[in-house]
Design a protein around this ligand. Structure first.
Ligand code: C5P
Length: 221
């Protein structure tokens, strides 16, 4: 656990892109914890569990089993025996994940799984509470952020490049709502750990962020 790297920050700050590139360079395993909350959300959506009903969500957790596997170095999320990786990024899944990640039953289950992965492997793990809760003794903690304008612009450009319809203001509002929910929940809210290094990527390219973090790693060796 002590050689692990934690990257936390709000939605759309570029955590997964950066973490994947760093994992490749360092021969680490990349663990995307948001994908686990999303897999639970798929179960809740499929089974019409009310996200506002904590007792119902907690009960449903008893029937959910999440496993993580790696295929050609890419994380696969297995929900009750079925690979759901291709469904994780759907909008409805993200919304349900954000609403249900505030419950203790959901978090306890996934934090245990995350710690087990970090015990067995050299990991670079991204999420919201990795430096502050999951891997408190991580070798390096990064809090990666960017303005909501910069994050919305990146998401907008991504959608347009894919030929999809996109509305900048709607995307920005979604991002700000998610930030609010994630940082105002009672259990493990999104916040910078005291010993985390703040990196604001608003005016940085992906390559610059990766190089900056690699420097930080080298300085600590
Ligand atoms: O990062 P991603 O957008 O995939 O995460 C989906 C949701 O899962 C977030 O909005 C957040 O509510 C939740 N999450 C969390 N803790 C983590 C990772 C994600 O609460 N470590």
């Amino acid at each position: 656990m002590t050689n692990s790297i934690a990257i936390d920050g709000p939605a759309g700050a570029g955590k997964s892109t950066i973490a994947k590139l760093l994992a490749k360079e360092l021969s680490y395993i990349y663990v995307d914890t948001g994908a686990m909350y999303r897999a639970m959300a798929i179960y809740f959506n499929e089974n019409k569990v009310d996200p506002d009903d904590e007792a119902a969500v907690s009960k449903a957790c008893e029937n959910v089993n999440i496993d993580i596997e790696y295929k050609d170095g890419v994380q696969q999320v297995i929900l009750n025996g079925t690979n759901v990786t291709h469904l994780l990024r759907e909008e409805a899944t993200g919304k349900m994940a954000s609403k249900t990640s505030k419950y203790r039953a959901v978090r306890t289950k996934l934090v245990d799984l995350q710690r087990e992965l970090a015990r067995k492997n050299a990991v670079i793990m991204d999420g919201r509470d990795i430096g502050s809760v999951v891997l408190k003794d991580a070798f390096l903690k990064i809090f990666l952020t960017a303005s909501s304008d910069a994050r919305a612009k990146r998401r907008y450009d991504e959608l347009i490049a894919k030929g999809e319809v996109a509305d900048f203001e709607v995307i920005k509002k979604d991002i700000e709502d998610r930030d609010y929910q994630d940082s105002h929940r009672e259990i493990s809210p999104l916040k910078q750990a005291e010993d985390a290094v703040l990196v604001d990527s608003s005016n940085m390219t992906i390559e610059e962020v990766v190089a900056h973090i690699k420097n930080l790693i080298d300085q600590r060796k």
